[in-house]
Design a protein around this ligand. Structure first.
Ligand code: NDP
Length: 454
């Protein structure tokens, strides 16, 4: 059987063993096909059946989370923790609270996390978790009780050298705080079992900014390779949460102009540039929709989702030089990328996890004059800084903002060069999807071989 047939067979097996898990299958398809040149060259990975093993989580836990809402009614949700791969270190990956969460979504995120964490060069395995709970419209008391109920199960799995969750969509500093409080109550331990903690109780400076900053550092490296820069570039961003906000902030610092943001209600086009402080107030403090932004800023236009052309994400219809998808998976499809490209966009750097569909990725890779930074590499700054938080916790140290930021910058630069050099090594210079996947995979696979069949 050829390597290509073997990969196709593995993907068929996933379809049969995990019926309906289309998002996980999409993530596996993207990774496995790009590994073909490596698997053809290095027979050991086939001999040790690494591919068959790496697509299976080491452990999957699903649990009920019941909390009392403000009307004194019990509400129940599904909770998940997928501990995918521990070859390189303790499982590490965020928790997502969103109504769309199901095993398929958590498996896709956990699988991606294995390779992303490997690329950071830090000793972290891959995992992910969450619940199909919608924090929107819930009172602070309801959020607290939900987080405590979630931790009543999660604490059995986690630990600073075992499994270290962090935030993701719907889980920010507030939620991590409530979960950490309950973890402490249940275990009588104050340790680094969660990252994204508050700054005065074990959190790291720059963790909040890290994913957005890291994504912009990555774009900067891609452009540098072409003797270009972000200076003066108009940039479109999707999302209006943690990643989007700090992407916008770093773009300003590097001389670019962020002109859009979006949320689940619609998108903003602000020709004068996104006002980051206003955005933070509306999304982080008031927790409102983006129409409030347009109400407060005359240069901004709000387009609600019900006015989007069917099958497209209208935030990508705004002409720009570079795009930073930073909301959610599959938010940039083939039609969207064709629109961006025909309007002059020549760079996409993924802040969200798997925001581009497989067809959109194929289109970007086929353009000779286009730069594409895939999520695994480009958004690794968040988990890398979580790794730095773990290091500070373990050594009882606290590094300054500049110390952490410069380490983050160095890690993102290394990830770019590692991915780029690997793309050159395998004869596809600049194909960072192939470069990042092979560079991330190789370290994990070698560690799995070293550690035997367990
Ligand atoms: P937040 O919850 O802070 O923000 C998410 C933003 O995306 C919100 O503005 C939300 O809108 C919008 N959004 C979410 N789902 C949808 C949807 N289905 N349709 C339209 N808009 C949507 O999350 P983060 O910023 O932390 O995460 C964004 C992405 O980045 C995710 O893919 C996450 O996995 C990825 N990521 C995050 C990291 C981190 O450190 N936070 C690290 C690496 C990756 P609304 O406000 O209306 O809910």
């Amino acid at each position: 059987m050829s390597v290509h047939e073997y990969i196709s067979q593995t993907l068929e097996n996933i379809k049969k063993s995990s019926p309906g898990q289309t998002t996980f299958l999409q993530a596996a398809t993207e990774v496995l096909h790009t590994l073909e040149p490596l698997l053809t060259r290095e027979k050991k990975y086939l001999d040790h059946k690494i591919i068959d093993r790496i697509v299976m989580p080491e452990r999957t836990t699903m649990f009920r989370v019941t909390y009392m809402n403000d009307k004194n009614e019990p509400c129940s949700h599904f909770g998940y923790r997928v501990e995918f791969n521990s070859a390189l270190g303790p499982y590490k990956g965020g928790l997502r609270f969103h109504p769309s969460v199901c095993l398929d979504i958590i498996k896709f995120l956990g699988f991606e996390q294995i390779f992303k964490n490997s690329l950071t060069g830090l000793n972290m395995g891959g995992g992910k978790g969450g619940a199909n709970f919608d924090p929107k419209g819930k009172s602070d008391g309801e959020i607290m009780r939900f987080c405590q109920a979630f931790m009543n199960e999660l604490y059995k799995l986690i630990g600073d050298v075992k499994d270290v969750p962090a935030g993701d969509i719907g889980v920010g500093g507030r939620e991590i705080g409530y979960m950490f409080g309950q973890y402490k109550k249940l275990t009588n331990r104050f340790d680094g079992s969660l990252t994204g903690k508050g700054l005065n109780w074990g959190g790291s400076l720059v963790r909040t900014e890290a994913t957005g900053y890291g994504s912009v550092y990555f774009a900067q490296e891609m452009l540098k390779k072409q003797n270009s820069s972000l200076e003066g570039k108009k940039c479109s961003i999707s999302g209006a949460g943690n990643v989007a906000i700090y992407t916008a902030q770093k773009l300003y610092q590097l001389g670019a102009l962020p002109i859009t943001v979006s949320d689940s209600t619609g998108f903003i086009y602000d020709s004068e540039g996104i006002d980051v402080e206003l955005l933070k107030r509306i999304k982080e403090v008031e927790r409102k929709g983006l129409s409030e932004y347009a109400a407060a800023k005359p240069s901004a236009k709000f387009t609600p989702v019900n006015q989007y052309k069917a099958g497209t994400n209208a935030v990508w219809s705004v002409p720009c030089d570079a795009a930073f998808p930073s909301a959610t998976q599959n938010e940039l499809n083939l039609e969207d990328i064709k629109t961006l490209y025909s309007n002059g966009c020549r760079l996409v750097c993924e802040g969200a996890n798997m925001p581009s569909t497989l067809e959109a990725i194929d289109f970007m890779l086929a353009q000779k004059d286009f730069l594409f930074g895939p999520a695994k590499a480009a958004n690794a700054g968040g988990v890398a800084t979580s790794g730095l938080e773990m290091a500070q916790n373990a050594s009882m140290q606290k590094w300054t903002f500049d110390e952490v930021d410069s380490k983050l910058h160095r890690i993102m630069t290394n990830i770019f060069h590692d991915s780029y050099d690997t793309s050159v090594e395998f004869g596809e210079p600049g194909n960072l999807v192939l470069g990042a996947n092979i560079a991330g995979f190789r370290k994990v696979a070698d560690a799995m071989i070293d550690q035997g069949y367990v």
